[in-house]
Design a protein around this ligand. Structure first.
Ligand code: ADP
Ligand code: MG
Ligand code: MG
Length: 193
């Protein structure tokens, strides 16, 4: 979560630029503020002895994104993280295989909540290839997410705010797919293989 928060802060401007082309120019701020809220919620919970393990960290992070981020991305990423947390459960350590299972369940949750399929020019275009590549490890998943995000450029948006633009959404990289690739990059950075 610390690596994710760092990535969101470092890339705030880029995400906002992408969202100003095909959205409402708030994705960078949404993600930076959301993960800052996650960081402080985790600090507080830690001080109060409420974090029982990695599962509880992810669950609280997800809940915080849902409650603090206005905009489509908050509930979607929040759902993803909560599902990962639920899958990790009360174990004291993260088993990479269980984490992968949690990420698959998390992305299923995003698809169910948002109704987007691969090709609709959303975060799903980065998340789905990433979970499909997980059996090859977290670095492979991160690469697949980057590739998926870049692949949103020629697509026409069919979900979210960008879909209001119709044809005019073509030629721009989707902001949410870009933040998803950054989050997978943060995971690869800390999880190794
Ligand atoms: P908002 O569009 O409400 O301002 P953000 O700018 O924070 O929210 O997030 C926009 C991103 O959310 C989009 O680039 C897209 O990737 C993602 N998104 C929007 N709607 C959906 C959806 N229905 N399913 C999956 N992802 C979505
Ligand atoms: Mg936006
Ligand atoms: Mg918005």
């Amino acid at each position: 979560m610390a690596a994710a928060a760092r990535a969101m802060t470092e890339n705030e401007q880029r995400l906002t630029e992408l969202d100003s082309a095909i959205g409402d120019a708030d994705h960078g701020g949404n993600m930076r503020r959301g993960f800052q809220a996650v960081t402080s919620a985790l600090d507080t919970a830690q001080d109060e002895g409420q974090l029982t393990g990695p599962g509880s960290v992810l669950t609280l992070a997800g809940r915080t994104l849902i409650s603090k981020v206005g905009g489509a991305s908050g509930p979607l990423y929040g759902t993803l993280l909560r599902r990962v947390g639920k899958t990790l459960g009360d174990e004291a350590e993260v088993d990479p295989a269980v984490l992968s299972e949690g990420l698959r369940a998390g992305v299923e949750g995003v698809v169910k909540l948002g109704g987007a399929a691969v090709g609709d020019k959303t975060m799903v275009d980065a998340l789905q290839p990433a979970v499909d590549a997980l059996e090859s490890g977290f670095a492979a998943a991160s690469q697949a997410a980057l590739h998926g995000a870049e692949g949103t450029v020629p697509l026409r948006a069919r979900k979210g705010r960008a879909s209001y633009l119709g044809e005019r959404s073509v030629g721009h990289q989707d902001p949410g797919a870009t933040s998803a690739a950054l989050l997978l990059g943060a995971l690869a950075e800390v999880a190794g293989d």
